[in-house]
Design a protein. Structure first.
Length: 263
């Protein structure tokens, strides 16, 4: 059934239909922050830069604009491909579509994350979610909502520090996924995991154990997501298509979700 839905969605994506093939009415929600000079990047990464190559009216009577851009793979809303933290695993161009397109669940820990910038989403959070909504199915895209997307563009609040360079990287404080919970999700057979913070691991992590746990099993991560509060706990369908960089450890990501009407 999952393969049928995936194929149907890909066929739909190349057509002019207004609705995906899951049936019913709904709306698309863009979970992507725009890339600009105001985007929050990791303290050791160079900021996004857009350069004007051409812009204006030509002597032939038409308007023409073209730009060049420079960006780190892991800036803005982006994907961490498994090879980012696991030698020999999939690069971003190798990640199968079945890990990028599929049904999503949203685990809301914003209350706990608001109380502690170093909060780590644990197994108990996931178990409690399942008690309320049912078992997380194999192949699900698990989205973790901390509420930190509301701080986007404010590095001090979003990252815990506005400092740049190594000093800034040593003073990061934001919520993430506990390694034990990462292992639990791997055992569930999830397709991928996303979060509305700068990293799947919490800011103060020094071993990035959640990254390692997920990516050793070829589970990619989506970071710096937006508008997760507009998605239901169950029922959304995600399309997450990254820039296809050959051999890349990650890349800019356009991620959207189809949310069916509740009526």
């Amino acid at each position: 059934m999952k393969s049928f839905v995936l194929v149907s969605l890909l066929i739909w994506a190349s057509s002019s239909q207004a609705e995906p093939p899951m049936g019913g009415q709904g709306e698309w929600v863009d979970l992507t922050h725009e890339l600009s000079s105001e985007s929050v990047f990791w303290p050791t990464a160079e900021p996004f830069e857009l350069t004007i190559d051409s812009k204006g009216w030509t002597d032939r009577g038409y308007y023409y604009s073209a730009y060049s851009f420079r960006t780190a793979e892991h800036g803005g809303t982006h994907i961490d491909a498994p090879v980012h933290f696991a030698e020999g695993r999939e690069s971003v161009d190798m990640v199968p579509l079945s890990r990028l397109i599929g049904p999503a669940v949203v685990v809301d820990v914003s209350e706990s994350a608001n109380a502690s910038s170093d909060y780590q989403i644990g197994v108990a959070d996931l178990v409690n979610w399942e008690r309320a909504h049912g078992r997380i199915s194999e192949g699900a895209i698990v989205l973790l909502r901390t509420g930190y997307a509301s701080h986007w563009r404010d590095a001090r609040r979003y990252l815990g520090t506005a400092e740049r360079g190594a000093k800034g990287a040593a003073n990061l404080h934001f919520p993430g996924l506990h390694p034990d919970a990462a292992s639990w999700l791997v055992e569930r057979g999830i397709a991928s995991v996303g979060i509305d913070t700068a990293s799947i691991d919490f800011g103060a992590s020094t071993d990035f154990a959640s990254h390692v746990t997920l990516m050793t099993e070829n589970v990619p991560a989506f970071e710096n997501l937006a508008r997760l509060e507009e998605l239901p706990a169950v029922g959304a369908y995600v399309v997450a298509l990254p820039m296809k960089i050959k051999g890349g450890s990650g890349g800019p990501l356009r991620i959207v979700a189809w949310v069916p009407n509740s009526k």
